[in-house]
Structure formats: C-alpha cells, structure tokens
Write a protein that binds this ligand. Structure first.
Ligand code: ZN
Length: 290
C-alpha cells in the first residue's frame, strides 16, 4: 500500500476503492494526521458501514472501512477531518477528530450468549470459531468478542504501515477508540491485539509481515465458574479448618493451579488476569470451556 495526495493506492498502482462521505468538515490540524484511531463498526459488512457513513443523519464517518476479507474503502482523504472519535482525549490532546485518521474494522464487537449460541447485539448468530472469550481492559467481564480475521489484520497492518511511513509517525500514534474515550467506547476491544500490532510496526517498519497475525487470547487453560448460589469460600489451605480469604460470588471465574483431591488451589480472574489465589472445594466449580 502507498499514499499519494492523501489517497490510498495498492502496490499495483491502482487506487483503493473510493466512496466519499459527506460527514466531514475542514482539515486536520497541520493538514496531516498525528494519530491513527482504530474502531470496529458493530456490523457485519463493509456495505452497511459505508451506507451509515454516507448517510448525513448518522453524523459519523471514518477515513477507511476494512472488511473481514481485507477489502478496503476509503471515504475521505487522510488530511480531512472526519467524525469518528467524538469526545476524546489522548496524552493531553483533546477532540481527536481534528488530529487523526479513523479506521473502522468490520466486526460485531462484544457478543451475547455463550459458546454454541453466540449472537451479536442485532441478534445475528456468530459461529464459535469466530469468537474469542476475553475481558475488556475497562471492565472485568469475560465475554465473547468477534475475532478479527487474519486477512483483515494483514490489510490493516499494510495500511497502517503506509500511514506511519508517509506521515512520519511512530507506532505510538496508533490508539484504540477505547483508549481515547475510556468508559464511553469499547472498540476495537480486547480481540484487537493492540500491543502486538504496535510492536510489529515498531520492530520491522520496512519489512513485510510473513505470518498473518491473529487475535491474542488471554490464556488457554480451562476457566472454571463458581456454581454455589450463596458463594464459595476461598481459603488459605485445603480444608474447612483453614481461614477464609474471601467469599467468591456465584459465577466468579477462576483457573486451577493445583489440586489435592477435591481441594483445588485457584486464582480468581479479574479482567482476565489472575488475581487473588487460594483454596476452594471443587465440587462447586464447573468448566466454562475445554
Ligand atoms: Zn469507535
């Protein structure tokens, strides 16, 4: 990918698909981006996102929409001011619309339901293979999120690399909407491997990516959930004669570290990370996933 005159071109010299949004006004400060903001669309197709950004009433837009198959539509020149960030702040800069390029990845975001029965907010079924179970960094809820496809990630990295090179930005300039509008926005969410994404661009600015990058997952060990309605005591040792550290409420999620018969040493999961550790009676646990 290359950029000329604030427009995106494929390596073949062909211009990327263009469908201009009316939802933009003026130019970015200094007529060039200082940040790149990553979003998800909350939908399932490029067409639905483009149609939203073409609709004046939506009052929203982005410079780029990237589909699950890597297909890309540019909707504004990269020096123009689109409406994707809303109320936002990053490292002392407010209102990122005036300083950034917005990239929307087609993705449902968080899902309702459970394995075998995932659904988008719109009720659309989503297959298990397309789902990662993770907690967002801003809430402790382990939830299903639609995964970003390898093709989509590869295209995104190609385009972001071109943007960084053309506008002389460092990978630190890449932020999530959830970074700049914490609490208000959840996109691109934990399924987007932001740290790895930045690192890949940091270490190999000039190289092509040989391996597709896929979403990070927190861990592969089995996660268990507390089934006891009145909660389950987390203890200092394996037996009821030991002190209670805390009572884990029903549906608390934890991982097993070791076992002594029916007594297990576990760590409570908070934001997907191991937190308090102690012993529980395993009868009141059920596995959440294999
Ligand atoms: Zn967003």
């Amino acid at each position: 990918m290359k950029i000329r005159n604030h427009l995106l071109y494929h390596d073949t010299g062909e211009r990327a698909s263009w469908n201009e949004t009316p939802n933009k006004r003026g130019n970015l400060v200094e007529k060039k981006p200082a940040f790149i903001v990553i979003h998800y669309t909350g939908g399932s197709t490029v067409e639905s996102a483009v149609s939203t950004f073409k609709n004046r009433n939506s009052q929203t837009s982005a410079h780029l929409v990237i589909g699950k198959d890597g297909s890309t539509v540019q909707m504004a020149r990269f020096h123009e001011r689109c409406w994707h960030a809303g109320r936002s702040e990053w490292q002392g800069t407010r209102n990122l619309n005036s300083y950034s390029v917005g990239i929307e990845l087609v993705n449902w975001g968080w899902l309702m339901g459970e394995p075998g029965h995932w659904r988008s907010w719109a009720g659309t079924p989503v297959e298990d293979e397309g789902v990662v179970r993770m907690a967002h960094k801003y809430d402790g809820q382990l939830r299903g999120w639609e995964a970003y496809s390898p093709e989509q990630m590869q295209t995104t990295i190609d385009i972001v690399r071109a943007l960084l090179q053309h506008y002389q930005l460092s990978p630190e300039a890449i932020v999530g909407h959830d970074d700049i509008s914490p609490g208000r926005k959840q996109d691109p969410g934990p399924a987007f491997p932001m740290v790895r994404f930045r690192n890949m661009l940091m270490s190999r600015m000039d190289d092509r990516v040989d391996e597709p990058i896929e979403s990070d997952t927190t861990h592969h060990e089995t996660v268990f959930s507390v089934t006891a309605v009145s909660g389950l005591n987390l203890r200092t040792g394996p037996g009821i004669d030991t002190a209670v550290v805390k009572t884990l409420r029903r549906d608390t999620q934890l991982i097993r570290l070791e076992a002594e018969g029916k007594w297990w040493l576990v760590s409570e999961l908070v934001n997907g990370q191991a937190d308090t550790t102690g012993w529980v009676y395993s009868h009141w646990l059920t596995p959440l996933r294999p």
